[in-house]
Design a protein around this ligand. Structure first.
Ligand SMILES: Cc1cc2nc3c(=O)[nH]c(=O)nc-3n(C[C@H](O)[C@H](O)[C@H](O)COP(=O)(O)OP(=O)(O)OC[C@H]3O[C@@H](n4cnc5c(N)ncnc54)[C@H](O)[C@@H]3O)c2cc1C
Length: 360
């Protein structure tokens, strides 16, 4: 069985580790022209997803665990409107993208069955090169195949930018992730250790200067003292859902399938759940003595496409709810969340929704 992954990004590094665990050889086509996308972003990973990653990684994957998530509204940011607390289980595992990347790179580095191949992935010749494989997984957002066969998407432009930076601050017991729904958009504080926190500010409107962002951050920050903010990374935000997951022997994967607003920290969690579901289909085929080919991709698409769409739309619904709510001075969220904050069923299902998605 010949399997190929296009792109040396975090999605493919994890997929390669899944194949490695099953002793299935894979080739990874990596770009020979430009460097891999590097980000200073922090990624929040749910408890269930993190334990799946630990199972497939042979390295000692470390994270900073939060046990509580607090949600705040504009003008009320010293008292949370809702609080999600988990007993005996972390709410999120916080890990730098680069640390996750390096851990999974190390995982495959010394393997004899995972081969990295440098290739011009922008060239039309890529089509001929991948014909020999039974299954090709393309997780790369920018190559010849993506541009020509995986561009038909349901899209929405949030007309917002996400500004990400890390703050150093006075030591504190830092086990609570926080999000304020400000009039500009959601502002998240994701702890990395007792004196370091990652900030993600999804701010509507045109691109703002670093000085503007630091000023807004100071206005809303009532949680950390003596803050020293680092450099800002910015990305324009969009929602996108791919209409068709497959083309010939190729399956699209990762952010290429679904891209959602970062307000719930769920984009990559969706991909991890996809990888786990994909892995189960592969196991089933192996146990039946069936080949690992495009039929795996077809089954994956059939089982997951509608769930991914619904999940992505639900996150978009949360974004739209708070956008409307901030225009009418939180007159929807205040009464609703006062009731929901005391409702254990709502909290249980919110926790499950962020940990396991819709496929409960
Ligand atoms: C500011 C921000 C914070 C995030 N935080 C979390 C988190 O806490 N937990 C989590 O599970 N996922 C989060 N994500 C999503 C996560 O970063 C991506 O799913 C992941 O990096 C994709 O990795 P990859 O290897 O598939 O793709 P790569 O090849 O590494 O690149 C994916 C590209 O897509 C961009 N991107 C991702 N989402 C969007 C979007 N909505 N609009 C525009 N561009 C986007 C990334 O910036 C990157 O350039 C966040 C995304 C953004 C933009």
């Amino acid at each position: 069985m010949k399997i190929c992954l296009i792109g040396l990004n975090i999605t493919n590094l994890i997929l390669a580790s899944v194949f490695l665990k099953k002793n299935l050889p894979v080739d990874i086509y990596q770009n020979n022209k430009i460097q891999r996308f590097k980000t200073k972003r922090t990624i929040a990973i749910s408890a269930g997803n993190f334990s799946f990653l630990k199972k497939i990684s042979n390295t000692n994957l470390q994270s900073w665990k939060t046990n509580e998530i607090k949600i705040y509204l504009e003008n009320e940011n010293s008292k949370e409107i809702i609080n999600f607390k988990k007993q005996n289980k972390e709410s999120f595992n916080l890990i730098k993208n680069s640390d996750l990347n390096n851990a999974f790179l190390k995982n495959i580095e010394n393997s004899k069955i995972v081969k990295k191949i440098k290739e011009d992935i922008f060239s039309k010749r890529l089509i001929n090169k991948i014909k020999k494989y039974d299954l090709v997984i393309n997780s790369d957002n920018n190559n010849f195949i993506t541009k020509n066969y995986f561009h038909n998407k349901i899209k929405k432009n949030y007309k917002s930018y996400a500004y990400t930076f890390i703050i150093n601050h006075k030591k504190t017991n830092n086990r609570t992730a926080r999000q304020i729904f400000t009039n500009y958009g959601p502002l998240a504080f994701l702890p990395l250790n007792n004196s370091k926190t990652s900030v993600v500010f999804s701010c509507s409107g045109n691109l703002r200067s670093a000085q503007d962002i630091y000023k807004l951050f100071k206005k809303y920050n009532t949680f950390y003292q003596n803050t020293k903010p680092g450099d800002i990374e910015k990305v324009s935000l969009e929602f996108s859902m791919l209409r068709k997951y497959t083309h010939k022997n190729i399956l699209a994967f990762g952010d290429l399938l679904h891209r959602i607003h970062p307000l719930a920290g769920q984009g990559f969690n969706m991909t991890i759940r996809d990888i786990e579901n994909f892995s189960k289909i592969v196991d089933k085929k192996i146990s039946l003595g069936l080949p690992i080919d495009i039929s795996v991709a077809d089954e994956f698409q059939q089982n997951n496409k509608h769930l991914n769409y619904l999940y992505g739309k639900a996150i978009d619904g949360i974004y739209e709810f708070f956008r409307l709510d901030s225009k009418i001075k939180n007159s929807l969220s205040k009464p609703i969340f006062r009731i929901l904050n005391n409702n254990s069923v709502f909290k249980k299902y919110s926790n499950l929704f962020s940990d396991k998605g819709i496929n409960l």
